[in-house]
Design a protein around this ligand. Structure first.
Ligand SMILES: C[S@@+](CC[C@H](N)C(=O)[O-])C[C@H]1O[C@@H](n2cnc3c(N)ncnc32)[C@H](O)[C@@H]1O
Length: 268
């Protein structure tokens, strides 16, 4: 566990599996795959692979001669991802730590990590580890959320502020994208593309990402700090009402950074 209160257990794995099959996150994966620009035969590492939806797409893309390696600190996440990817012989999975990657130097053509480094306290060390396992000229794509980009319609802003303050304990960095590009450059990763990926929902239903995220936020925040269970119950009820009235609005930005590992003098 790297953040102050988050548990990536079996229940979280099931919750993320549902949230990450919404159209919003499917479209995000398409953009991540586009930025990664993999070819069949590539060796790619997915750090913090979670329930393995991106890993499955990576395995298909590098097939048949490539290798897609999924790694996560959470055994329940690795179990779910292993089950999902068991039909792909080119996919392998293991438990591991982003700050101590269990792979030799220069062993991958590409590294990807989505929604992970906001939970990792030591960003410079994490980026050095990514650089270490990349071959010269290899690609990396990182994607994280900036929670200050959150815009949610509510008739009770003070209640929402209490919920958001409690939710802050879910991650280490609430605004990692603001500094991530500069940190990547310092780590010897040449950033060539930065994009925002809005999670924008104006309807409230199970096929929308925010339907899942707001439930996760309520479940995590209830009873933390100044946020009561009544606050979160009333907020979820309000979102339902706004949805039924056609007045629902939720927007939260994720940011994608695509970079190449710079070759050192004397390297290929
Ligand atoms: C929000 S989930 C994202 C899962 C997946 N990358 C995706 O976008 O579908 C964050 C994942 O990062 C993993 N994680 C967090 N900190 C980690 C660390 N220091 N090393 C390895 N995995 C980590 C968690 O266990 C969890 O599965």
């Amino acid at each position: 566990m790297t953040a102050q209160g988050v548990r990536f257990d079996a229940a979280a794995a099931r919750g993320l599996e549902a949230a990450y099959q919404t159209i919003d996150v499917i479209l995000q994966r398409v953009r991540v795959l586009d930025a990664l620009a993999l070819s069949p035969g590539d060796h790619v590492l997915d750090i913090g692979c979670g329930p393995g939806l991106l890993l499955e797409a990576l395995a298909k893309t590098v097939s048949p001669s490539g290798r897609a390696v999924g790694m996560d600190q959470s055994s329940p996440m690795v179990d779910v991802a292993s089950h999902r990817c068991e039909v792909y012989p080119q996919a392998t999975l293991e438990v591991g730590e982003a700050l101590d990657l269990p792979y030799p130097d220069q062993s991958f053509d590409a590294v990807v990590s989505t929604q992970v480094y906001e939970y990792v306290a030591d960003i410079p060390s994490g980026l050095q580890e990514i650089r270490r396992v990349l071959r010269p000229g290899a690609r990396v794509v990182l994607l994280d959320t900036d929670y200050d980009s959150l815009v949610v319609h509510t008739e009770d802003p003070e209640r929402l502020a209490r919920i958001l303050e409690a939710w802050d304990e879910h991650f280490v960095h609430r605004g990692l994208p603001r500094t991530l590009g500069a940190e990547m450059k310092k780590a010897g990763l040449r950033v060539r593309r930065v994009e925002s990926i809005p999670m924008l929902n104006v309807a409230h239903h199970e096929d929308a990402f925010s339907w899942h995220l707001t439930r996760m936020m309520a479940g995590f925040s209830a009873g933390r700090g100044d946020c009561t269970e009544e606050d979160t119950r009333n907020w979820l009820a309000e979102l339902e009402r706004l949805g039924e009235a056609g007045e629902y609005f939720f927007s939260l930005n994720r940011y994608l950074f695509a970079a190449d590992r710079e070759a050192l003098p004397g390297e290929a």
